[in-house]
Design a protein around this ligand. Structure first.
Ligand code: AMP
Length: 214
């Protein structure tokens, strides 16, 4: 299956995409994770993206487009879940054209809905394993005690000012992408509030619907 998990930062896209990867073998493609790895490695892409990511702004489209397309090509155009791409209408157009060119259209887009107050709590208490990209939450999913402390960090863009900036960027630039897919009949909205298992159950129901529509 080829799907996009959509929604504002902190809505649980990354956690659910990882669960889909572990349970169903869909490859998790996160432009955010790819960018953070490039920044840590000090590559040319990382250097170009660093100031945008740190301040919560969108990285220039041409950079993420190449990263996303390379990642989709690398997994063979099938069985992937995109997380964090597309984030603008322009990116949604690029993705559609790219997948059409490879005869691999999306099965659908799942939009996770979570109120802003819960998002801010999730992001401010989020911690990340810098090695694996795995996300933790200080209350609901604390980092394992045996992980070395220097592997668990708070993302620079999960600090208060950057969170507000990212929510504004989402509203201004990314939210319109939801309407773009809704108009095409590709969008399914689900409630993203609840335990990981509850949300996973809702996603599974949508995936079954996508599959039976093929
Ligand atoms: P994420 O891990 O998805 O929250 O992404 C972290 C940051 O990476 C974002 O705040 C942006 O700075 C950058 N980023 C990730 N994906 C994209 C994208 N599709 N377009 C532009 N910037 C992106």
């Amino acid at each position: 299956m080829r799907i996009v998990l959509f929604g504002p930062p902190g809505v649980g896209k990354g956690s659910q995409a990882r669960l889909l990867q572990d349970r169903l073998g869909l490859r998790h493609i996160s432009t955010g994770i790819i960018l953070r790895q490039a920044i840590r490695a000090g590559t040319e892409v990382g250097l170009a993206a660093q100031r945008y990511v740190a301040s919560g702004k969108l990285v220039p489209g041409s950079i993420v487009r190449a990263l996303a397309e390379d990642a989709v090509a690398e997994v063979g155009f099938d069985d992937f879940v995109l997380d964090g791409y597309p984030r603008t209408i322009e990116q949604a157009d690029w993705l559609g054209e790219f997948l059409d060119r490879h005869d691999a259209p999306l099965h659908g887009v799942i939009s996770l809905q979570v109120p802003d107050a819960i998002i801010v709590d999730r992001l401010s208490k989020r911690r990340v394993d810098v090695l694996t990209g795995e996300n933790y939450h200080l209350d609901f999913k604390p980092p394992p005690a045996d992980l070395p402390a220097d592997r668990i960090v708070q993302r620079e863009d999960d600090r208060a000012e950057a969170i507000l900036k990212r929510l504004k960027v989402y509203r201004d630039q990314t939210a319109p992408v939801e309407g773009y897919y809704r108009t095409r009949g590709d969008l399914r909205e689900i409630d993203g509030v609840g335990s990981f298992e509850e949300v996973q159950g809702r996603i599974d129901a949508v995936l079954r619907a996508f599959q039976s529509a093929v």
